[in-house]
Design a protein around this ligand. Sequence first.
Ligand code: 5GP
Ligand code: ZN
Length: 114
Amino acid sequence: MEDCIFCKIAQGQIPSTFLYEDDQVVVINDINPQTPVHMLVLPKKHIQSLAAAQEEDRDLLGHMLMTAKNMARERGVAESGYRIIVNTGRDGAQTVQHLHMHIMGGKQLPEQMV
Ligand code: 5GP
Ligand code: ZN
């Protein structure tokens, strides 16, 4: 999709370091990390948000979660633990309108989000 920053990153139009790439997803470090480990899983397909995902995206959503799990292990936080976040829509404070999964770890996270 034109003018979508995550489409441009996933398609290689904006140079970025891919921590992982396959035919469906890429994984990058968040540009503004909130935790020592803060990665983003981006689908190559443009989907605006989790709310916009369709039944046909079921396998992709599962693949994103398995990719997150594998990346957490690769980055050494599988045992200490981590948090997966999918901010969705206005109240979810989604700022980039292309579905993405945060993988956050490397420190004790607060029990309460709000
Ligand atoms: P959300 O939409 O879930 O609130 O957050 C979007 C996330 O994407 C933020 O954590 C922000 O730091 C990150 N982000 C925004 N633009 C870029 C970018 O150009 N490159 C990278 N690596 N991360 C980005
Ligand atoms: Zn996009």
